[in-house]
Design a protein around this ligand. Structure first.
Ligand SMILES: Cc1cc2nc3c(=O)[nH]c(=O)nc-3n(C[C@H](O)[C@H](O)[C@H](O)COP(=O)(O)OP(=O)(O)OC[C@H]3O[C@@H](n4cnc5c(N)ncnc54)[C@H](O)[C@@H]3O)c2cc1C
Length: 420
């Protein structure tokens, strides 16, 4: 261990806030922990270093017929970052979060000891590291299970929902029939159209659904991004009337009757990866991402209240997503997903009113028994965090035992006063 400075690991820096940086300390880069160590094609179990990215996993294992069991909305994340945030994908309702597919990992702790952690070995540390935002140590390598897939294509059914009730009804009626399920939601619609959405649900496509061209192209490695945002977008692009018009246009661009399309895994799982520097679309002042989960009980009412608040503020952008979470794992501590509904949206930074809106949203989320995702947070208050994460005390006891001097810290840990 280096001196007595504070340390925090960094993957690819795709968390939105201050989780992977530490002021007056050292950020430990993990990109060079990028080796595959062992793979068993019979079981799909892979052992590799923690700086390996989802992108690299797909490039190497998709041609062999395997895909990561859970992927977030970008493939530019490391396995260490995926475990530390316990990321979720479009299949949480059936496959759980990333951690469900992790068999074990090795953790370099503050004492310098490297510990094997699994559900059977150092189980406390295993669960405290999952969703623990890098604060228990540095994950150096990982054993996880990849899933066999029939092709690199996904068969997706697109279906419009005229409002939030319609969307939730569709989710409940037949979500279990699809491995992947997500809805784009219009956070600026109002009245009877509040929460209108386009549901996109599907499965990896078997070969017989592919065109001759898709069969031929299927073994290619991932292409580099084709589109790029050259500079910061001017502020008028983000004006509320224009956003409302864009959202209405997107909604109506999908026909009233459901339709099915077979498309490559890339635009379905990682739509933003196609656009280099997509964040510049929000102009010089940037944006804030907000993601919360509300439990199933009371979730509908909570979602309606949140959507009303966002819509009347006129703050949301065109990027808003609604998903349903399934059951979690019994040992989870700071892991974000809980059974219920999760809403993620971008809010252009228009100044103090956005921060005020987020404070009010936090209060609503707490009232409905929900929580905000730490990997997407940059401004939550310590007391809000404590109200949202009741398992924090258990987590803190494990943290204080493995790292009593808080060698591993981050700006997020300081902001949320986790050590108090
Ligand atoms: C476009 C986009 C879409 C996204 N979609 C989703 C989504 O659908 N679902 C979802 O769950 N998340 C999503 N995210 C968030 C992202 O998946 C997480 O923030 C993830 O943790 C980022 O991984 P990273 O490797 O970039 O880690 P970083 O952002 O670098 O770090 C994240 C945390 O992991 C810790 N960490 C990193 N490496 C290690 C290590 N080796 N050992 C210990 N701790 C470590 C860091 O200390 C930090 O606390 C999205 C992000 C973007 C930009």
């Amino acid at each position: 261990m280096i001196g007595s400075e504070k340390l925090v690991a960094r993957g690819l820096g795709r968390s939105y806030g201050d989780a992977a940086v530490v002021r007056h300390g050292r950020t430990v880069l993990t990109e060079r922990l990028d080796r595959f160590l062992q793979f068993d094609a019979r079981t799909g179990v892979l052992e590799c270093e923690a700086g390996v990215t989802i992108n690299a996993l797909i490039d190497h294992f998709l041609p062999l017929g395997f895909f990561p069991s859970v992927v977030p909305g970008t493939k530019h994340v490391t396995l260490g970052g995926a475990i530390a945030a316990d990321v979720h994908g479009k299949n949480h309702h059936v496959a759980g979060a990333f951690s469900r597919h992790v068999r074990s990992f090795r953790l370099l702790t503050a004492s310098g000891a490297e510990l094997e952690c699994s559900r059977a070995n150092n189980a406390d540390l295993f669960w405290a590291t999952i969703g623990g935002m890098g604060l228990t140590g540095i994950i150096t390598d990982v054993r996880l299970t990849l899933s066999p897939v029939p092709s690199p294509y996904v068969s997706v059914r697109y279906e419009r929902a005229s409002n939030i009730d319609d969307a939730l009804e569709l989710f409940h009626a037949d979500d279990h029939r699809y491995a992947f399920s997500v809805a784009w939601i219009d956070c600026l619609s109002r009245g009877g159209s509040l929460g209108r959405a386009v549901l996109m649900r599907g499965d990896f496509a078997p070969n017989e659904l592919l065109t001759a061209r898709q069969r031929h192209d299927g073994s290619r490695r991932s292409p580099t991004p084709r589109l790029s945002v050259p500079g910061s977008a001017p502020q008028f692009v983000l004006a509320t009337p224009l956003m409302r018009a864009f959202n209405a246009g997107y909604y109506h661009s999908h026909p009233g009757a459901p339709r099915t399309k077979v498309l490559s895994y890339e635009p379905f799982f990682f739509p933003l990866d196609k656009i280099r520097n997509w964040n510049r679309l929000y102009g010089r002042r940037g944006f804030l991402q907000y993601q919360c989960v509300l439990p199933s009980v009371g979730g509908r009412e909570g979602l309606i209240r949140i959507l009303e608040m966002i819509s009347s503020s006129g703050s949301a952008s065109f990027l808003a997503v609604l998903k349903r979470f399934g059951e979690g794992e019994p040992g989870q501590l700071l892991s974000f997903p809980r059974v219920g509904y999760t809403l993620a949206l971008d809010l252009p930074n228009r100044g103090p009113e956005v921060f005020e809106l987020l404070e009010r949203l936090d209060a609503l989320v707490v009232r409905f028994g929900g929580r905000v995702y730490l990997a997407k947070d940059a401004r939550m208050r310590p007391e809000t965090f404590r109200a949202m994460y009741p398992e924090f005390r258990t987590w803190l006891a494990i943290k204080n035992e493995v790292d009593p001097d808080w060698r591993f810290s981050s700006d997020l840990a300081v902001r949320l006063r986790l050590m108090d």
